[in-house]
Design a protein around this ligand. Structure first.
Ligand code: SAH
Length: 218
């Protein structure tokens, strides 16, 4: 098949993915539109590109995964439910797919990845695909990105065993942290809204993510 043929197929299969997300209950058209625009097949290894529009997480390099489209959609819905967030921090860049979806909807996306080689691959991808409003760096997500704080939203795409409440220091009052919490056996997706004094938490459902680990891999 020539390159043009592959392009046509992926556009058609991408639309089918969007239809399935709608059926599964993703109702925010802005999110569906953003996911229509991002070519997920360019965020996975070529050998897996033909599976890029199935609703599955897929392996990327270094034992990590690109998140399942349904979970990306759910988390993105949760991000933009907030009154017009302009500055979002993602922990766990991975392939860069979630960041690219956010970049369709948010002015400034910051993303941190602990495995330096993944950061480099994702950065090259962002440049190639023209996502100029994403900044990424290698770092330990548990520390956040202090020099760019405060954020409207912090979204975590790897699961810590306990909520890293310290990160709330980098959120605006009224801002929200969206994250999976738990171990290999059980994880819950939660949203924590920072209030003037304290915070409140909302449970969003069961999920499965790779663990959020401390330290950086160079
Ligand atoms: N958002 C990604 C999902 C990648 S999986 C995507 O759309 O493809 C989660 C990623 O989190 C992995 O790449 C893993 O290396 C990274 N990660 C784990 N612990 C981390 C930490 N403390 N700080 C930053 N990234 C971390």
């Amino acid at each position: 098949m020539n390159a043009h043929g592959i392009g046509m197929t992926s556009e058609r299969t991408r639309h089918r993915m969007i239809d399935r997300l709608r059926v599964r209950g993703i109702g925010d058209e802005r999110v569906l539109m953003a996911m229509t625009q991002v070519p997920r097949h360019l965020f996975v290894d070529e050998a897996l590109a033909h599976r890029a529009y199935e609703d599955d997480s897929l392996p990327i390099k270094f034992g990590q995964t690109i998140s399942q489209p349904f979970v990306v959609a759910r988390m993105t819905e949760e991000v933009i439910k907030h009154n017009h967030p302009v500055k979002v921090l993602e922990l766990g860049t991975g392939s860069g797919y979630q960041a690219a979806v956010l970049a369709q909807l948010i002015d400034q996306v910051f993303s941190i990845e602990r495995i330096d080689k993944l950061t480099r691959i994702a950065r090259r991808r962002f440049i190639k695909l023209g996502y100029r409003n994403i900044r990424c760096k290698t770092g330990d997500g548990f520390k956040g990105w202090a020099t760019e704080a405060l954020f409207d939203i912090i979204i975590c795409t790897a699961a810590p065993e306990k909520v890293p409440y310290k990160l709330l220091d980098q959120l605006e009052v009224g801002g929200k942290m969206i994250l999976p919490v738990g171990d290999k056996k059980q994880q819950k997706l939660i949203a924590i809204v920072k209030e003037e004094h304290g915070c409140h938490e909302e449970m969003l459902g069961e999920v499965f993510f790779v663990p959020l680990l401390e330290g950086v891999v160079r």
